[in-house]
Ligand binder design. Structure first.
Ligand code: ATP
Ligand code: MG
Length: 646
């Protein structure tokens, strides 16, 4: 319990990093004092066919309008590929690591150029024009990145749908963006199991006759259904067209992609991102947050179906001319050492993953980590949920051997890129805190009436001014955009997250504001109670929700997953209650603890507390939108063993 609570920047890291403390302070101050000048300078980090003369034209009032670099003309694929050819044509752009450890590949920038050019020509041959939408439903294979870049090259708008989604969810998303073309694969491969992607597309398209072309990558060679005229093999199509394809001239505010949020808090929203500002922001955050340097091998374990995969597997790294690793498999296949083995195999320097993966691997103990070297690692990152301090310390001490700074990056599908994060050479870390804002980002904490709270405080997290990577609208529903993000607190972007700011100005995300528990008038964030439970040596994972309580208004209901081999006894239940009282205080005492063999999570691995809240309140008939739930079986198990709250 006496682990350090502050990890200062070491002199070594500060000396070699792009940004040290003094530079961070100066640049941050300038970015707020004169955003026009700041972004005019940093907007030049990408190549423009026609340079912008206007920088920022944004308003969070009224109808809400967000435009960056609006008269500039560029192309995202050109910036991610063509401009690197002269200097790094033979450098590896993508390292692909297959599900099966014996399969991997290196794709150079020159090869990437050829693959993307051909696919762009295929799309054109299938009638795809600038502004048309293309759905990408793919496994984690290089063709997924080619597909995104091919769309960007011709100005088509991609909508990537995570390959784990069901035919129904896929149909909704194709329908939502009115796409006419789908790019998919025969089957995916994850953890040795086949995923029937083409069969799912066939089902989804039963009621969507307007989809005219399905382009299918042969990944496994398994048998698939075929509709002549509509379905085409990828390898046959790319062989028919030339590789030469001139990157189209795309306006800075032309759409780049539509992507749905994870669905943790309700029905997913179709987030629209545009071209220039998004790319500037993704590339700049990738360079500074991960302190990316020439020659680094960089690995983000997300799926391209999530925004993390968009900004930090594909667009940010490639815009920077980096080598980005793309992993087809899962953390525990063939063994629970897989992540660390991949790091050793490809000499990964920068590693970016999610708390859910860290907690799962932590359950397996240190040995599977320690039997690998990981000597190449220099920096670790986390994203997706608040990282419990216990998991942070394990990541730092065991995975990073105490040597690597951790960047706990807070951001959202809506924000396009990272907003609150340590910069490794500038900002010392506190386990569990996302620390300080990135350049140009002005966070504000407000109470429920919208009053701005100063100093050390806690409340609702808002951002008061625009940054270039911000979403522009909800696709096809601008009113929903204004309502969802700008109406709760007038004139501010409301994140939906609760947040605490400490005496040092560090930000701590306390969870979704919808999840805040009000016990006898005290507002408690879920993250803190969960972290206290996870800090107990026998607990692997925990989720905490409120439920109606006669005396307190709300009681605290905790779902607890134990470490492998631990017995769920009444004695342990009492021990955990005492433990939380001691860690946080009597106000946070759990009223009920239910043993949970598994927790309901989104397919991106986030705990869905809104479903746990329904189970706790005995309202399991009305669970809400469950289409993004990874494993529905977990929910029925929990309903079956729900605690009787008398
Ligand atoms: P939906 O918006 O559909 O409910 P979602 O919010 O889970 O789903 P994402 O955009 O994938 O969809 O996730 C963004 C959210 O993830 C943030 O609002 C925050 O709650 C959480 N999050 C992401 N990174 C961090 C982090 N480093 N620390 C704490 N929370 C994080
Ligand atoms: Mg959200």
């Amino acid at each position: 319990m006496s682990s350090p609570s502050f990890f200062p920047v070491t002199e070594e890291v500060a000396g070699s990093a792009w940004i040290d403390e003094a530079k961070y302070k100066a640049m941050y101050a300038q970015s707020l004092a004169d955003p026009e000048a700041f972004w005019a300078e940093h907007g030049k980090r990408i190549d423009w066919f026609t340079p912008f003369t206007k920088v920022k034209n944004t308003s969070f009032e009224g109808d809400v309008s967000i435009r960056w670099f609006e008269d500039g003309v560029t192309n995202v694929a050109y910036n991610c590929i063509d401009r690197h050819l002269a200097t790094r044509g033979d450098q590896t752009a993508i390292i692909w690591e297959g599900d099966n450890p014996s399969e991997s590949a290196h794709i150079t920038y020159r090869e990437l150029h050829e693959k993307v050019g051909r696919l762009a020509n295929v799309l054109k041959a299938h009638g795809v024009e600038k502004g048309d939408r293309v759905t990408i439903y793919m496994p984690m294979i290089p063709e997924a990145a080619y597909a995104m870049l091919a769309c960007a090259r011709i100005g088509a708008v991609h909508s990537v749908v995570f390959g784990g989604f069901s035919p129904d969810s896929l149909r909704d998303r194709i329908e939502g963006c009115q796409g006419k073309v789908v790019i998919t694969a025969d089957e995916g491969l994850r953890g040795g199991r086949k995923v029937p992607l083409k069969a799912n597309v066939d089902k989804a398209l039963e009621s969507l006759p307007d989809v005219t072309s399905v382009i299918v990558v042969k990944r496994t060679g398994g048998t698939v259904g075929w509709k002549d005229g509509r379905d085409h093999w990828y390898h046959e199509e790319v062989a028919k067209v030339p590789a030469e394809n001139e990157a189209a001239k795309i306006g800075a505010e032309d759409p780049l992609f539509i992507l749905y949020t994870s669905g943790s808090t309700g029905k997913p929203k179709g987030v629209l991102h545009t071209t220039g500002g998004y790319l500037v922001y993704a590339a700049m955050t990738h360079q500074y947050v991960f302190d990316y340097h020439e020659g680094d091998i960089y690995w983000c374990t997300a799926d391209v179906g999530w925004v993390t995969g968009h900004s930090y597997i594909v667009y940010g790294p490639l815009a920077n001319g980096a080598t980005t690793l793309m992993f087809e498999g899962i953390p525990n296949y063939p063994t629970v050492s897989r992540f660390w083995e991949v790091i050793d195999k490809h000499k990964v320097n920068i590693f970016y993953t999610a708390p859910t993966a860290i907690r799962a691997l932590m359950r397996e103990g240190e040995e599977p980590v320690k039997r690998t070297s990981r000597a190449s690692l220099r920096l670790l990152g986390s994203v997706g949920e608040p990282i419990n301090p216990e998991a942070w310390l394990w990541y730092h001490g065991v995975v990073g051997d105490g040597r690597c700074p951790i960047v706990d990056t807070w951001w959202q599908t809506e924000t396009g890129g990272i907003l609150i994060t340590p910069l490794p050479g500038a900002i010392g870390q506190k386990p569990g805190s996302a620390t300080l804002p990135f350049f140009g980002v002005k966070p504000e904490i407000v109470d429920n009436d919208g009053q701005v709270l100063e100093g050390a405080t806690e409340g609702n997290l808002c951002i008061t001014d625009s940054w270039p990577g911000q979403m522009r609208t909800v696709f096809g529903d601008h009113e929903r955009f204004v309502q969802t993000y700008f109406s709760t607190f007038k004139g501010k972007y409301f994140t939906g997250d609760g947040c605490r700011r400490d005496e040092d100005g560090y930000y701590w995300i306390t969870g979704r504001v919808d999840d805040v528990i009000n016990v006898s008038g005290h507002r408690l964030g879920t993250a803190e109670i969960e972290s206290a439970l996870v800090a107990h040596p026998k607990v692997a994972e925990a989720a905490v929700v409120g439920y109606p309580h006669d005396l307190k208004g709300q009681g605290i209901y905790a779902y607890v997953t134990l470490n492998a081999g631990e017995e769920p006894t009444d004695e342990l239940r009492r021990e955990l209650v005492t433990w939380v009282r001691k860690e946080i205080g009597p106000i946070a005492t759990p009223d009920l603890i239910q043993w949970a063999p598994g927790l309901p999570k989104t397919r991106s691995g986030k705990i869905m507390r809104r479903i746990l809240r329904k189970i706790a309140a005995n309202e399991h008939e009305a669970l809400g939108d469950t289409s993004t739930l990874a494993d529905p079986g977990v929910v029925s198990d929990l309903v079956g063993s729900r605690m009787n709250r008398g």
